[in-house]
Design a protein around this ligand. Structure first.
Ligand SMILES: Cc1cc2nc3c(=O)[nH]c(=O)nc-3n(C[C@H](O)[C@H](O)[C@H](O)COP(=O)(O)OP(=O)(O)OC[C@H]3O[C@@H](n4cnc5c(N)ncnc54)[C@H](O)[C@@H]3O)c2cc1C
Length: 253
């Protein structure tokens, strides 16, 4: 949709350009920003012109740039985890049109329970690399970065630069389950097993990581079941339990 309050657009070329003037906001893929009115926003600062690599192989981590699109994520060198990554990315209500534009950083910052990159990042034990306004950087696990439905630890002036996925996680055995009210509907519950971790998302307001060894107690302790038009909380809790036990059985076999 047209954002009728916008009067300026700046293409960011370097870190100095990320200092926002009153009314400005960061623009990544724009799939959410342009999907609803933004009456508070009068200017956009485009992150996609920063030239960040889509991905880099760094010591011990596969780094996905925040401006990497969800469709380009699929092309990164995932090795044995490629199937899991595709399942995670494809399971969300992002048509191929949205996948080609929506970015890793935008998905993390929006922090919807059905956030594809949130679920994947949490499941693989990834960390968010955040540029702070003082010119520094902080790093925080994805599972801590997202604090609730639509909320994160991101402070004013901070920018997500990348997500670092530990390469050791890519070789671990994994299992994936998803439930939604309709076959192509938004995910209502996602359970990803990876090594000794089981990560629950979409059915909870924030991603929750459980230990495979203590799965039943972990499920019983979850206190953030999500309730919205994509499924009531009690149903989400039930299907999550069923899928988590399926994941446990699959990993055991
Ligand atoms: C048809 C359709 C289906 C959708 N389905 C889903 C779904 O199933 N699950 C889901 O999670 N979302 C869904 N969305 C919402 C949205 O498209 C995605 O969350 C997408 O990943 C957002 O990424 P973006 O790059 O387009 O973000 P943008 O719209 O550009 O930005 C989103 C927000 O994040 C901020 N931001 C972006 N990048 C950064 C950064 N690097 N640092 C700091 N702040 C930043 C922006 O300022 C803005 O507030 C859907 C949208 C549409 C149109």
């Amino acid at each position: 949709m047209d954002l009728v309050t916008i009067t300026s657009h700046r293409a960011a070329r370097g870190r100095d350009d990320l200092v926002l003037a009153p009314g400005e906001t960061l623009l990544a893929g724009g799939t959410w920003l342009f999907s609803e009115p933004q009456p508070e926003v009068s200017g956009l600062v485009d992150l996609t012109t920063l030239g960040w690599p889509d991905w880099e192989s760094l010591p011990g981590v596969l780094r996905l740039g925040a401006t990497c699109t969800v469709s380009r994520v699929l092309d990164a060198p995932w090795g044995p985890a490629a199937e899991l990554v595709r399942a995670a990315a494809d399971s969300f209500l992002m048509s191929w049109k949205v996948q080609h534009v929506a970015t890793v950083g935008g998905n993390l910052c929006l922090a919807l329970p059905a956030g594809a990159m949130v679920s994947l990042g949490a499941a693989l034990g990834a960390a968010v690399v955040i540029w702070t306004p003082d010119g520094g950087e902080r790093v925080e696990p994805v599972v801590d970065f997202v604090t609730g439905a639509g909320t994160t630890t991101l402070a004013p002036g901070e920018v997500v630069r990348a997500i670092d996925v530990p390469t050791a996680a890519l070789a671990l055995p994994s299992a994936f389950r998803r439930a939604s009210l309709t076959p192509l509907g938004r995910a209502s519950a996602v359970v990803i097993g990876c090594g000794s971790r089981v990560t629950v998302s979409a059915s909870t307001t924030r991603p929750v990581v459980l230990s495979l060894a203590d799965l039943d107690a972990g499920l019983a302790a979850i206190d953030c079941w999500y309730d919205d038009p994509h499924g009531p909380a009690d149903w989400r809790e039930h299907v999550t339990g069923v899928m988590a036990r399926e994941v446990r059985a699959e990993l055991a076999s």
